[in-house]
Design a protein around this ligand. Structure first.
Ligand code: PHE
Length: 385
């Protein structure tokens, strides 16, 4: 040990690099006693500062323990002031105080940057070249998957997509569709009315979009754009008690074809093509007579049960068939109400619930799952088409 009127401190050159690799170590390198000159002290401080500036460690607490803790570097250097030669005490004290302030400032910056990503974050404490964290990828909702599939099948047959408002007026939702006020069939589609105006309601089906399209085509006394070949996807509302099989809102795709000499055979063949594309070539269809005010004749279309293949199970209520849509030849009154000459033109219409198709396709038992947003349910459709 040399006595050079020197500043003795408890630090060594190797210790720093060791400690910086192991920031949580508090025992660290303050173990070897070295006496240094004033110049060496200043060098030590400089070197320490450089290490702190280039520090990539952004854990504020580890930094505090290592530098400002009771066994940290700052305390250790300060503690050696008692050994400093009297003539050097003033300058050494000033330098050490500056160093302490520097370390404290750095600690405050680290706290801020690790706490709230503040703009004060020092450019040394974070590696901006690192790739960002992965964001979890969502997937399409099963209703969207099925809707898109239905649309693409009908597009191949030349149907275009038409959309319209969800808040409708009475004329487009009911009256134009041969459902005048007080018609008992309105009870089948009870809905929600808008308090501001009793003529406004939430549409009960997307047939209202068909009315709007027929009106456009029928403008100028039938000189408009005909034929019409459209499908109308969208959300619809009904005043229903929510259960596994019914909801106050659901989704539909309705279709309309208006031209000259359209036949029921055209309707059947179009829908048969659709179910084969949707459910596979083995599926069988059957039509049952039904009633809708806007079609005559009207029918319900069933498909052979996908679960039991027609044998009979709980899904098809032991009949071997499940109902999937309503359809029929557009009633002449509807064409006339929309300004289309019913003596010249005729056509067919159909409408299906997307939820119903999705439940059959994916064997979903409860309608409420579609709107609960439970990620465990939705995740199961990742990659489905
Ligand atoms: N609009 C009917 C409904 O929502 C479905 C339908 C459309 C039936 C076209 C026949 C023809 O229930």
């Amino acid at each position: 040990m040399q006595e050079l009127g020197h500043v003795p401190i408890l630090l060594n050159d190797w210790g720093f690099s060791f400690c910086l690799c192991n920031p949580l170590s508090t025992v660290n390198c303050i173990t070897i006693l070295i006496f240094v000159t004033m110049e060496q002290l200043l060098n030590q401080i400089k070197e320490l500062k450089e290490k702190i500036i280039t520090n990539v460690e952004n854990d504020a607490e580890a930094f505090r323990i290592k530098y400002l803790g009771t066994k940290g570097f700052v305390k250790a250097i300060m503690g050696e002031m008692k050994n400093v030669a009297t003539e050097n005490k003033k300058e050494a004290g000033q330098r050490l105080n500056e160093f302490k302030l520097f370390v404290e400032e750095k600690y405050e910056q680290l706290k801020l940057s690790s706490g709230n990503n503040s703009p004060l974050t020092t450019h040394h404490s974070q590696d901006l070249t690192l790739p960002a964290d992965d964001l979890p990828l969502g997937s399409r909702h099963p209703i969207s998957l099925v809707k898109n599939k239905i649309i693409s099948i009908f597009q191949r047959l030349g149907f275009a997509v038409a959309e319209g408002p969800e808040v409708e007026d009475d004329f487009h939702n009911f009256t134009a569709l041969n459902l005048p006020e007080n018609h008992p069939a309105r009870d089948m589609q009870d809905t929600f009315y808008i308090a501001q105006n009793p003529d406004w309601l939430l549409r009960t089906h997307t047939s209202s979009v068909q009315v709007r399209e027929m009106q456009k085509a029928g403008m100028k006394n039938g000189q408009g754009k005909l034929p019409i070949r459209i499908i109308c996807p969208g959300r619809v509302y009904r005043n229903e008690t929510i259960s596994a099989r019914a909801h106050c809102f659901f989704h539909q795709v309705e279709g309309l074809y208006i031209a000259e000499n359209v036949s029921f055979a055209d309707l059947k063949q179009t829908l048969y093509f659709f179910v084969q594309e949707m459910f596979g070539k083995d599926v069988k269809v059957r039509f049952r007579p039904s009633y809708f005010p806007f079609t005559e004749p009207s029918a319900e279309m069933d498909i052979s049960c996908l679960i039991c293949g027609g044998e009979g199970c709980s899904v098809c209520k032991k009949t071997g068939w499940v109902e999937i849509l309503g359809c029929g030849m557009v009633h002449p009154n509807v064409l006339d109400n929309c300004g289309i000459d019913s003596n010249k033109y005729n056509g067919f219409a159909f409408g299906m619930g997307i939820e119903r198709i999705a439940m059959l396709k994916y064997q979903i038992k409860d309608l409420r799952l579609f709107s609960e947003n439970d990620v465990r349910f939705l995740k199961q459709f990742t990659g489905a088409v």
